[in-house]
Each structure stands twice: as structure tokens, then as C-alpha cells.
Ligand binder design. Structure first.
Ligand code: ADP
Ligand code: F6P
Length: 322
């Protein structure tokens, strides 16, 4: 069997480890794996080449994706989709392994609906994919946020300042909450929980009245659509509290870096399982992580999580910030 493999959407640390595992496990099972460059763009353009176990050597420790990735608006058009299906036909691909976030997995679902044999692997730092407790890249991104918060706390303490730290996550507050909890943040603002600017100012002021001399507020990017940009929040805090406020936007540094052991292990298990599923001709699902086990979830059930955070942990952050 000839299997195409691609990474799509926002890159996530551990994508390389997943490709490595799928290629090597597939090789042992007698599959021929072909790497498709730049996600669905490479599928449309026919940009592919065979991968052997040696081709995926030395990549387990690297973030990014050696296959490259892309957001591909053309794949949402009829013309793009037709060309993608033509590539699959022309190249004799018997199956596809799609590694990516919720959008990429919707693409996988569409291909599956057209009769293509597909297995999806969830990979996105946002952890917003319904059906899996964890996606590849999440653990590394959360650890990166903690690394950053440790450094910000040093200077926040030294200057007795309030820091607003904006983190990624699209509409999900997962990175903000887990990073904030592990980094000892005083306050986290997530899109899943509605708060007003006035409440934010009151909470920060209350902390200072209790004797704190600094505070770190982790702001999920999804909140800024509702409350205003992080600069707007900062200005409001300055006015209301008279405190010195600084802003740090962590941005794309959260997407890079060597994957943590957790991400490498998850990616290795997912990649190997996807190859095993191809060999067994089990298709139309995403491999997923639930209750400590790798499981399968139908692609038809994959959507963006409405509630990506545990509200008890949201409470806990604030219970501990006294
Ligand atoms: P991610 O996979 O990280 O969530 P995107 O949402 O940008 O990233 O999706 C990556 C690509 O997947 C898109 O550029 C598009 O080509 C494809 N895609 C996204 N949503 C859909 C959809 N609803 N149906 C088909 N393909 C989609
Ligand atoms: O989906 C991953 C993610 O990093 C989001 O957290 C963020 O909103 C978005 O991608 C940024 O996209 P881009 O890299 O295209 O700027």
C-alpha cells in the first residue's frame, strides 16, 4: 500500500516525531510512505516524494515540521479540491495520514466523505479539538509559556509591576489556563469565562491591598476580541489602579522549540497507531487520547471544542493567588 502523509495548519512541536513514527512503523508493516509538502497545498500541486526510515532520522527532537505546512485557502475551493483528488488518483495513494489541527481535520473529513482512505492525527498547540484530551504540541507550548512566565516574574517582582502576558490559543483558553496555573499567575483571562474590564481592575487592586507587590495576568488571545486588545486592557488597568503596567505578547515563540518528552511520546504513539490502522484498512477516524489511552474518534465527530478548559482549574488559579 502507498500512503501519503502531510502536516497542515499551524505547526506544532512533535509533528516531526509523528511523521517519523508513521514512516518507520509503516515500513515495518510493508507500507510505502510518501511525504506531501506544505499540507493541502502540496496535495493540490502534487509536491510529494517517498520517505524511508533513514529520511526521518534525527528529527524527533525538532519543532516545526520538515514536511513544511501551510494554511491553504485553495483547498476550500472546488478547483483546489478537484486537483487534490486528482493527485491522489495519479500518484496511486491508497491512503492518507493527515496531521494537523481542527481545520486540517475538517479537510480530512471532507476527503473521507469523497471516499479517500484517511486517518487523522490531532496536532495543534490550541488543544481545541473535540474528541481528544490532548493534541500534539500542547504540552510543549504550555511549558514554553511557563518558561516565559518565570522570567517575567523576575522583572515584575523587581519593579513591582503588573504584567499582562498574551498567549495563543485562538478561541481556546487552554494554554492560558494551564500555563497560568503552572506559572503561578495571579489572574487568567480566558474566552470561556466572561469578565469585564472593571472586574479585572478590581481583582488586581484587591491583590495589592492584600500585600502583593506585583501581579501576572495571563490573557488568552481569544479574550481580546471581547475585551479589547491587550494594550486596551493595560490602559484601563493603568487608569483604574494607578499601577505600573507592562505588556508582553508571547506570539509565535509558543509554536517553536524542541518538543517535550510528553509530546514526543504522544506523537510516536499516534504516528505508529495511524500506520497500523492503514495496514489494517481502518479509516475515517482520528487517533485520539482519552483517559490515558490512544483511541479512535470518527472524523465526522471532530469539531472545535466549545469548552476547552476545566473550570475547576480556573477557580484553582484564583484560589491560589492570594
Ligand atoms: P489548523 O489545522 O491548525 O486548525 P486551519 O484552520 O488554518 O489550521 O486549517 C488548515 C487548512 O485545513 C486550511 O487552510 C484549509 O485548507 C483546511 N480546512 C480548514 N477548514 C476546513 C473545512 N471546514 N473543510 C475543509 N478543509 C478545511
Ligand atoms: O492554531 C495555532 C495558532 O498558533 C493559534 O494559537 C493562533 O491564533 C494562530 O495559530 C496563529 O496563526 P498564524 O501562525 O497563521 O499567524
Amino acid at each position: 500500500m502507498r500512503v501519503g502523509i502531510l502536516t497542515s495548519g499551524g505547526d506544532a512541536p512533535g509533528m516531526n516525531a509523528a511523521v517519523r513514527a508513521a514512516v518507520r512503523r509503516g515500513w515495518e508493516l510493508g507500507l510505502e510512505t510518501v511525504g506531501i509538502r506544505r499540507g493541502y497545498a502540496g496535495l493540490i500541486e502534487g509536491d510529494l516524494s517517498p520517505l524511508t526510515p533513514r529520511d526521518v532520522g534525527g528529527i524527533i527532537e525538532y519543532g516545526g515540521t520538515f514536511l513544511h505546512t501551510a494554511r491553504c485557502p485553495a483547498f476550500l475551493t472546488e478547483e483546489g479540491r478537484r486537483r487534490a483528488l486528482e493527485t491522489i488518483e495519479r500518484e496511486g495513494l491508497d491512503a492518507l495520514i493527515v496531521i494537523g489541527g481542527e481545520g486540517s481535520l475538517q479537510g480530512a473529513r471532507w476527503l473521507s466523505d469523497q471516499g479517500v482512505n484517511v486517518v487523522g492525527i490531532p496536532a495543534s498547540i490550541d488543544n481545541d479539538i473535540e474528541g481528544t484530551e490532548l493534541a500534539i504540541g500542547v504540552d510543549t507550548a504550555v511549558n514554553t509559556v511557563v518558561w516565559a512566565l518565570n522570567r517575567i516574574r523576575d522583572t515584575a517582582l523587581a519593579h513591582e509591576r503588573v504584567f499582562l502576558v498574551e498567549v495563543m490559543g485562538r478561541e481556546s483558553g487552554y494554554i492560558a489556563l494551564m500555563g497560568g496555573l503552572a506559572g503561578g499567575a495571579e489572574l487568567v483571562l480566558v474566552p470561556e469565562v466572561k469578565v469585564t474590564l472593571e472586574e479585572v481592575a478590581q481583582r488586581v487592586s484587591a491583590l495589592y491591598r492584600k500585600g502583593k507587590h506585583h501581579s501576572i495576568v495571563v490573557v488568552a488571545e481569544g479574550v481580546t476580541a471581547k475585551l479589547g486588545s491587550v494594550e486596551v486592557i493595560a490602559n484601563f488597568l493603568r487608569e483604574r489602579t494607578n499601577l505600573e503596567v507592562r505588556v508582553t505578547v508571547l506570539g509565535h515563540l509558543q509554536r517553536g522549540g524542541s518538543p517535550t518528552a510528553t509530546d514526543r511520546i504522544l506523537a510516536s504513539r499516534f504516528g505508529a497507531l495511524a500506520a497500523e490502522d492503514v495496514k489494517a484498512e481502518r479509516f475515517g477516524h482520528m487517533v485520539a487520547w482519552r483517559k490515558g489511552k490512544a483511541v479512535r474518534v470518527p472524523l465526522a465527530a471532530v469539531r472545535r471544542k466549545q469548552m476547552a478548559i476545566d473550570l475547576r482549574l480556573y477557580e484553582l488559579v484564583h484560589q491560589l493567588a492570594i
